[in-house]
Ligand binder design. Sequence first.
Ligand code: CU
Length: 400
Amino acid sequence: MDRREFLALSAAVPGLLLAPKILLAEAAKKANTSRFPRPLEPAIRDGVKEYRLYIAIYQQELVPDFSFHTLAFNDQVPGPEIRVKEGDRVRVYFKNNTELNHTIHWHGLYVPWRMDGVPYVTQMPVMPGQEFIYEFEARPAGTHFYHCHWGTLLHLQAGMYGSLIIEPESDTVAKRFPYDREYTLLYSAHDVNYVRNELDGMLTRMKERMYLMKNGRFDAERFNLFNSVDELKKAVRSGYRPPYTNNMRAQADLPDPNWFTVNGKSYPETPYLYIKTGESIRVRLINAGGESHYLHLHGHDFWLVCDDGLPLEHPRQMNTLHLAPGKTHDIIIEGNNRGIWTFHDHDTRRVTNNGLYPGGNLMVLVYEDLPMEERAVGQMKGMKMEGAGMDLLPKIALDE
Ligand SMILES: [Cu+2]
């Protein structure tokens, strides 16, 4: 196959993924359920909901034929969804099956401080091979998430995040906006080169450290380990150079994300939001990454109903929502404008895959009741195009 043939094929095939007739096929709808976080089933012991989470190295495919190495809870990116009722007693057995340290932080929850998952502040890191048991009461109700709090700059974008939904005793959102179905969307941004280099470097240092420890030749200073600020200051006075002094070395590279995901996938693998005319859907938006997103829905205003899991006293309508890092927002979309509509970051850098548009967190809201005669461009009124039956949505030009 020459380049021309390849481009012709690559332009045609991903475009087909979004062709309306395929989007609306039963098989596509069924396959779409795998694009949302999988719920984790608890074991009930003495009235406590017990969950088992483990962390291991995993390979996540972002789009066809592009994978990167990640750290994943239970071999899933995002991690499995934990869904409990307000006030439930929750126990999580967390097993570390990697060569790196980790913890779990319960973002937005009122846990006892020793359960907060901040290494060296609330607990010792969960070291390779160790298990740590987290236990807390599920409060407050709402859309939350969990994530690793060790080496967060790396571990968070490397896949260590998952949704944690606490259902309220009385759902004020459902009372005011009765909804027919709901979806959870976790946003993230990844510098895959950074993740690869960092994971590589960390594993190498870890091996070296373990070797030196075993042979009694471990030097804490060489690994930048100090028991207190005073100890660090003393070392500096006697000639130790902290790694952040840039006069001695190049500045550390901060991640510069080049892949943007929703539920661990980039367009055209992102999930579809299915809706029907007259239905309302609730969408739980979680920003588990380090970038700000400006999410815009075409053809509709939606209702912003929750902020950080807390129901708003005065829900308001909008079509573009700022989802800052660490935020969760719940929105209600009312099915009142039949069609196929894009829902995407209006910061257009984030609808690219390694710099190529379209990609990233581009998604589609799909009306299941779109009539057959409206499904192909060539049959739309007032539009003259060659080749009847062309796709409604842009094809992917991989070399643009
Ligand atoms: Cu971690």
